[in-house]
Design a protein around this ligand. Structure first.
Ligand code: NAD
Ligand code: DAU
Length: 363
């Protein structure tokens, strides 16, 4: 429901130029649910084109900066007095964390620590009513729980942490810090652990957009190992709806799993993408896109299977995903087909050059 202009709460969203963050910001502004202060470092994964439709929106304020900059975060909190902080900002790609883990520790652990410190200070400065209302929502991942065997039940919120990649370890560390700031200092925190997101605006280093764009260009579709690794797929707008519901109804100090409920092997997922493309964009001269599938060297430490038990969020908060993997995948493929200018700017690096020119080096 659209809030009255005078009552519109302010939320500080971090990482709101990335894939999930920008989908979240766009959804909140479309619903008129909150005034958004959007703090993003604009790494390679942050893209202002994602927020182009908000260019003239007075209730969306973009701030180029780092969650690990305490003075900047303190100033934003003081000036804008947010009722909630929603932390999406992170390095998010497992393969990059294997090649270069340092930046993952810097942003996902040290950055999250600085953000928590400043939020804690701000929260303590609030009057009792505002303190009661304030929420710090931290977006995390199912990867913190490690890998499931083929017959294991999906992870519930009480599964032990067993992160296997530098990325997952850095997210686990930030989850522990968030938990500690609640337990020790009383900061009203919420943590969500979600499964693999897909949908519009995802940077094409991740499986689904990479495969769509490679297939369209007739390039090989590189599947790691035997292609039988399993992921639980969550359409991004379903995820954003769940986050809004957790923010409004979640119990302080709690953790909620958010999963799409569709476990699929990578081979099955890529075959499904190929089938959608065969239908929507039949190649000429004809061939089936699945003929481009190529098995390549496996990712080191590659987790075999993720799956999430979402009974808690369904029971306590009433959230269930709306999209099936079929409807979500078709919508996703259509979005990439319909946005060649977005794809080109991301792929050619023209967008990155523009950022350098306009903002100078980030951080
Ligand atoms: P993304 O990589 O697309 O976007 C991350 C955003 O954070 C970018 O806009 C980037 O510029 C920004 N950022 C990076 N470092 C920053 C810093 N130091 N200060 C401020 N901004 C910074 O990531 P995503 O896929 O949108 O993921 C968002 C969050 O959700 C992450 O915390 C990620 O761990 C988590 N998550 C993602 C998925 C998924 O499938 N994509 C699944 C589970 C959890
Ligand atoms: O599970 C949630 C996580 O999902 C998030 O926390 C991460 O931020 C997000 O990047 C994602 O991690 P994954 O490693 O699962 O996503 P990715 O898209 O990189 O890979 C999905 C699966 O596909 C994984 O089993 C590896 C495989 N893969 C990936 C690529 C890029 C391939 O087989 N070939 C590829 O080229």
């Amino acid at each position: 429901m659209q809030a009255n202009k005078e009552e519109l709460p302010t939320w500080l969203v971090t990482g709101g130029a990335g894939f999930i963050g920008s989908n979240f910001v766009l959804a909140q502004r479309a619903a008129g649910a909150a005034r958004i202060i959007n703090l993003d470092k604009l790494t390679y994964a942050g893209n202002l084109l994602n927020l182009e439709s908000l260019r003239n929106d007075p209730d969306h304020v973009f701030v180029h900066g780092d969650i690990g900059d305490p003075a900047l975060v303190a100033d934003l909190l003081k000036r804008h007095r947010p009722q909630a902080v929603v932390n999406f900002a992170a390095e998010s790609h497992v393969d990059r964390s294997i090649h270069g883990p340092q930046v993952f520790i810097q942003t996902n652990v040290v950055g999250a620590f600085h953000l928590l410190e400043e939020c804690q200070r701000y929260w303590e400065s609030l009057n009792p009513e505002a303190r009661e209302k304030f929420r710090f929502l931290h977006i995390s991942t199912d990867e913190v729980y490690g890998s499931l065997g083929p017959n294991d039940p999906p992870f519930s919120e009480s599964a032990p942490y067993a992160p296997n990649s530098p990325y997952a370890a850095s997210k686990a560390a930030s989850d522990h810090l968030v938990r500690a700031y609640h337990h020790t200092y009383g900061l009203p925190t919420l943590i969500t652990n979600c499964s693999n997101n897909y949908g519009p605006l995802q940077f094409p280093e991740k499986l689904i957009p990479l495969m769509i764009l490679n297939a369209l260009q007739g390039k090989p579709l590189p599947l790691y190992g035997d292609g039988k690794h399993i992921r639980d797929w969550l359409y991004v707008t379903d995820h954003c709806e769940a986050l809004t519901m957790v923010l409004n109804r979640g119990r302080v100090g709690q953790t909620y799993n958010i999963g799409g409920g569709f476990e699929l092997s990578n081979l099955d997922m890529v075959s499904a993408i190929c089938a959608v493309l065969d239908k929507l964009r039949p190649p000429s001269p004809p061939f089936v896109h699945a003929s481009l599938i190529t098995f390549v060297k496996d990712r080191p430490g590659h987790d075999r299977r993720y799956g999430l038990d979402t009974a808690k969020i369904a029971g306590e908060i009433g959230w269930r995903p709306r999209e099936t993997v079929k409807s979500g995948l078709e919508a996703t493929v259509r979005w990439y087909l319909d946005h060649p200018e977005w794809v080109e700017s991301v792929q050619t690096g023209a967008y990155q050059r523009w950022l350098q020119l306009h903002y100078g080096p980030a951080g």
